[in-house]
Design a protein around this ligand. Structure first.
Ligand SMILES: [Zn+2]
Length: 409
């Protein structure tokens, strides 16, 4: 039996991977959340093990309070066959720090030309239910329709990186006054919104599940609100960085702030927070995107877009949305587990639930040191930033993956 003392719910007892008792008479200051679930993680293996591996990314996830992550398909080779998704799934099991649920590519090689073997990936040992060409948009409407029709058969979901590619050729940051001043090519909000509108209509028409990745504009929030009002099966995520940072960070030309979709305006940030609060946006997903020093620490125009996110996500969500633990459990655990179909995750911390638990100390402050993170890469936008609150322990099915703020393996 394992005993977790000092949580805001009381003393928690775990036996046989399950929460068997919570004694509310023994309360403490640590926040006990259900193990977090990330719908959007780039683990870079196979292919770019210099930037991240399934193991290093899993460790970063556990240190961030996660017990499950969905690993995006834009690896090398691309996760577009049963063989590759099973390889990633097996590597996740070997690392044993979080449940790694592979995302399957929608199209062969993410090329947007031919549907990948969605059925074979769904039937594989990895039991893929989420499909995405993330990094690329499935921009061909006919292919997108076919993907939606296909995944409907096994209650899968297509997670779309909403970016009309013809509107973002050469784009470097949010289109607007700041981009004009800096002389950088703009990434217009309409490139995201046009695809969301199109895909929502199509999801409604097909009756299939659409998930919108990393929503970044106020207009997108409005469109998703409209799609939900129609009763269509549309869900959406927002990243911690889009809840906090704005395009103004680009003014120093530090490529650590280059990300896709780009950081937007304060009005967009406000709309994203409101959308998350009112349920238009279902969940928070990190879009953890490790990049090697060569790919990231160079001139803005040549730097790869993306930021680390797993180890800082919870502190950023608390900072931007407040310490509303029930809502945070919904946004960062229950909702993403539901969307990805991860039955063993996302349960409230209560008797009878699987013992997937993140313990967060809301009182500690810490300064983000990129070299001290578990990720193989260093591209955190919060280097040198003081954050409040940190994960002290994480339990996966009753086994500690993090104790006293350190990974156990
Ligand atoms: Zn993306």
């Amino acid at each position: 039996m394992t005993v977790i003392s000092g949580t805001h719910l009381g003393e928690i007892e775990i036996e046989d991977q399950t929460i068997v008792r919570i004694d509310p008479a023994k309360k403490g200051g640590l926040i006990a959340l259900p193990g977090l679930v990330d719908l959007h993680t780039h683990l870079r293996e196979p292919g770019r093990e210099d930037a991240e591996t399934v193991e290093s990314g899993s460790r970063a996830a556990a240190l961030g309070g996660y017990t499950a992550v969905c690993a995006m398909a834009n690896t090398s080779p691309v996760a577009d066959t049963a063989g590759v998704v099973e390889q990633v799934w097996r590597l996740g099991r070997e690392a044993g720090l979080v449940d790694v649920q592979p995302v399957g590519a929608v199209t062969v090689g993410l090329a947007g030309e031919q549907l990948a073997e969605l059925g074979a990936m769904a039937d594989s040992a990895a039991r893929v239910r989420v499909f995405s060409d993330d990094g690329h948009c499935v921009s061909d409407p006919r292919l997108m329709r076919r993907a939606l029709e296909y995944v409907k058969a096994f209650d899968g979901v297509v997670a779309q990186h909403a970016e009309e590619p013809r509107l973002t050729v050469g784009a470097q940051m949010n289109e607007g006054e700041v981009a004009a001043r800096l002389g950088l090519t703009g990434w217009p909000a309409v490139a995201e919104e046009a695809i969301i509108a199109r895909d929502a209509l199509m999801a409604g028409h097909v009756g299939a599940r659409l998930h919108v990745c990393h929503v970044s504009t106020a207009g997108s929030v409005e469109l998703i609100r409209w799609a939900k009002s129609k009763g269509w099966r549309v869900t959406a995520e927002v990243t911690p960085h889009h809840l906090l940072l704005t395009e103004d960070r680009a003014t120093g030309y530090d490529p650590v702030f280059k990300v896709n979709p780009p950081l937007r305006t304060q009005a967009d940030v406000d709309a994203l927070r409101a959308g998350l609060r009112d349920g238009t946006i279902d969940c928070v997903a990190t879009d953890h995107a490790p990049h090697s020093v060569e790919d990231k620490e160079c001139e803005w125009a040549y730097a790869r877009p993306g930021m680390l996110g797993l180890e800082t996500a919870l502190a950023i969500v608390v900072k931007t949305m407040g310490p509303d633990w029930d809502r945070i459990a919904e946004w960062m655990s229950a909702a993403p587990a539901r969307i990805a179909g991860l039955q063993g995750h996302g349960h409230a911390v209560e008797v009878g639930a699987p013992a997937n638990i993140a313990l967060f100390d809301p009182a500690v402050t810490w300064t983000v040191d990129p070299t001290a993170l578990a990720s193989r890469s260093r591209n955190t936008p919060y280097a040198g930033t003081e954050l409040r609150g940190r994960i002290v322990a994480t339990y996966l099915r009753g086994e500690p993956t993090v104790l006293n703020g350190k990974a156990t393996r």
